[in-house]
Write a protein that binds this ligand. Sequence first.
Ligand SMILES: [Zn+2]
Length: 315
Amino acid sequence: MVDFTVTIIGSGSAVPMHGRHPSAQVVQHGESYFLIDCGEGTQLRFKEAGIKPFRIQIIFISHLHGDHVFGLPGLLSSYSHLGRSEPLTIYGPTGIKEFLETIFHFAEMKIRFPLEIKEVDTPGPQKIYETDDLEILTFPLKHRIKCQGYLFREKKETIRFNKETLKSFALSPEQIRKAMEGEVIKVNGEIIPAETIFLPPLSAMSYAYCSDTAYLPSLGSWLKSVKVIYHEATFRNDLEDLARETGHTTAGEAARIAEHAGADCLLLGHYSSRYKSLDELLEEARIVFPNTILSEEGKQYKVREMSVFSSSKPH
Ligand SMILES: [Zn+2]
């Protein structure tokens, strides 16, 4: 089964506080590694989260506020100094090219590896990248400046074999391939039914990143049936007005998005530095959407396990 994980590097908002750091997380799908946002200190924190920085092939930046991007010039500088030669692509909102090129110019930064910067600005969900088994879409969020979310979606179900059948009939790789193509498989003249060769397939997994944003009901339909949603929950419900003014979301509003989307699990993050304890944010979200968990820095989350864990509980 392909690994599909999310490792939280930073779960805080504007100011590092209470041991929490600015936004960053790594999504792994099989051999593909993606960094989403790169707040200050991201590269310093890779090690304790068990991330090998050179494995990252694509960086997705949501917006140009410092707590999401101030770690990026430092990371790119390190890549250059440490002799990175693999290509790197950065997706981000309009302005990210000028932002980085200005820093490269004034800081005399020489990028010595193939770097491509792609600006995205879409009115709705749009596919921007794909591999054989995964597609990545971007969608607009509602913040004070241009901000994009990202959706990682497996293209197909995961086929599972009944290993006992394969073993007891000693099926060859050729026979297994034919079975996958729908051919009838016979061993010593006896038909082996497909349902004894295959176990029920595992459904395709998906993960959406939504930070920073004011409450945006369209996310409920854009992210319909997405299995796991990471949504910012900067404030508790009593600061709804401040959330609206600053382009952020309360815990209760984040939960409404997950509920409308029919998600299996909601992962909260981007916590305001005013909260030392996050228990009340969690409680407020769980009133609306019980399958909510708090994202914790340094922790790796398995998307399929979060989905299974959640779907076994009522909501
Ligand atoms: Zn912001």
